[in-house]
Ligand binder design. Structure first.
Ligand code: MEV
Length: 449
């Protein structure tokens, strides 16, 4: 078939070399192909070995996408001080985390507790035989057969203290005709464990198929249909609780005219609103994820898994709600976050991405449990900082300060010019044009109106 003039599809793209892919993309999708090529090439790493590692993470790679890597120092968590690596492109987030860490370091710091680290995998299958006899047989024989079959694959994880905790059969036939699940629970120690879990599930699936094909007592229905075996990213029992607390009296906020008690009351109300109104809850939780995701990304973990699980958890009551909670009782202010976090410190990107390795080193090479605590505390800090701004100065105050700095950097302002601009824009509206005009006037030594 002839290719139309506007048809920019291609066959065999994945077989092209990286340079050929880049050429093709630039020639076909950019007005100025040469300058596009330069931009993409600018982000190729000078060390080919490291670039190869990056190219190996994904497919059809033509460049690297760069995000800012910031740090939030002085985080006091379970009496240990951390400098927290944060990868995030949104201005004010790292500044807010740092400010919250400073605030809470003077009030006992952040605390966390791991509730459990259980992960889940499922095999989904359909069978038309008698459910009761299947359940009976599962408990008396099939379960131990499956455990025996997967033993060699679990051995190493068991040596590290983890493994398969339980294999359960769940009858779902009332929800969907003939539908069953084999549910496995796991402890994957310091790894996120996706590969381990999926390997075990597929081994179980193989054995299950064999059992149904070969056991006479499983031939009382049609041949089963085995649909799929995959981990679940919903891990409500891989759970961490992070919290801060202090006397209401010590909540004084220097930038605000509020008393400590008024601050506590307004803060409490803001959290309650996020518990009852989903429009507010989603934005509120987005603030939590601003901090959480930044740590998850910096340490090479799977932020999509963390996000989808976190949001499902936020809706566990049947209504989407705030992930954080606040109480003000007997003169004590307490603010907490419960969040499932299936993250790891070994395996996957955590040990391949050079900056992920450095992030973990910066954190003192924590195990998965400690990293869960650190990430949760950063999420809580972020949520605290966001609510504090919202109920006091308003969010734009901090954002605009950062925005001003970005514009000044863009316009190559000197330190003196930046100082003058900070003073001038304290009570004025910041826009790119207003800052540019201001600088032009300063540079021409004209009086600024
Ligand atoms: C912005 O990225 C996050 C906030 O909107 C969170 C919140 O409203 O709580 C400030």
């Amino acid at each position: 078939m002839m290719k139309g003039k506007n048809d920019r599809s291609i066959r065999g793209f994945s077989r092209l070399s990286k340079q050929e892919k880049l050429n093709w993309v630039c020639e076909n999708f950019f007005g100025d192909s040469e300058s596009a090529q330069e931009t993409f090439e600018m982000f190729h790493l000078s060390d080919p070995d490291v670039q190869n590692i990056f190219d190996g993470f994904s497919e059809n790679t033509i460049s690297n996408h760069i995000l800012p890597y910031g740090v939030a120092p002085n985080f006091l968590i379970n009496n240990k001080t951390y400098c927290i690596p944060m990868v995030i492109e949104e201005s004010s987030v790292v500044a807010a985390a740092s400010s919250a860490s400073k605030f809470w370091a003077q009030r006992g710091g952040f605390q966390y507790e791991i509730k459990d680290v259980e992960k889940i995998g499922q095999i989904h299958f359909f069978w038309s035989g008698d459910p009761d006899s299947l359940k009976q047989l599962f408990n008396s024989e099939l379960k131990s057969d499956l455990n025996h079959h997967i033993a060699p694959f679990v051995k190493n994880m068991e040596k590290r203290g983890g493994g398969v905790r339980e294999i359960m059969l769940t009858d779902k036939t009332e929800e969907l005709d003939n539908y069953y699940q084999l549910v496995l629970t796991f402890d994957t120690c310091d790894s996120m464990g996706a590969n381990f879990i999926n390997t075990i599930l597929e081994e179980c699936l193989k054995r299950l198929k064999w059992l149904f094909a070969n056991r006479e007592d499983l031939k009382n229905g049609d041949q089963p249909e085995f649909l799929m075996a995959i981990l679940s990213n919903y891990t409500p029992d891989c759970l961490v609780r992070a919290w801060v607390e202090c006397s209401v009296d010590s909540l004084h906020h220097p930038q605000s005219s509020l008393t400590a008690a008024e601050f506590a009351d307004r803060f409490h109300k803001a959290v309650k609103i996020a518990q009852l109104d989903k429009y507010r809850a989603v934005t509120h939780n987005k603030g939590v994820f601003n901090g959480l995701d930044a740590v998850v990304l910096a340490t090479g973990n799977d932020f999509r898994a963390v996000e989808s699980c976190g949001h499902a958890f936020a809706a566990r009551s049947g209504r989407y709600q705030s992930l954080t909670d606040c109480s003000v009782e007997n003169g004590v202010f307490k603010f907490s976050l419960d969040i499932p976090l299936a993250i790891g410190t070994v395996g996957g990107l955590t040990c391949l991405h050079p900056l992920a390795k450095r992030s973990l080193e910066m954190l003192g090479n924590p195990g998965a449990r400690e990293l869960m605590g650190i990430a949760a505390c950063t999420g809580l800090a972020q949520n605290f900082a966001a609510i504090r701004s919202l109920i006091t100065t308003g969010i734009q105050y901090g954002h605009m300060k950062m925005h001003l700095e970005n514009i000044l950097n863009h316009l190559n302002a000197s330190p003196e010019e930046s100082e003058k601009a900070a003073l001038y824009f304290e009570s004025r509206i910041i826009s790119f044009n207003s800052v540019r005009n201001f600088l032009e006037n300063v540079r021409c030594a004209r009086p600024v109106k």
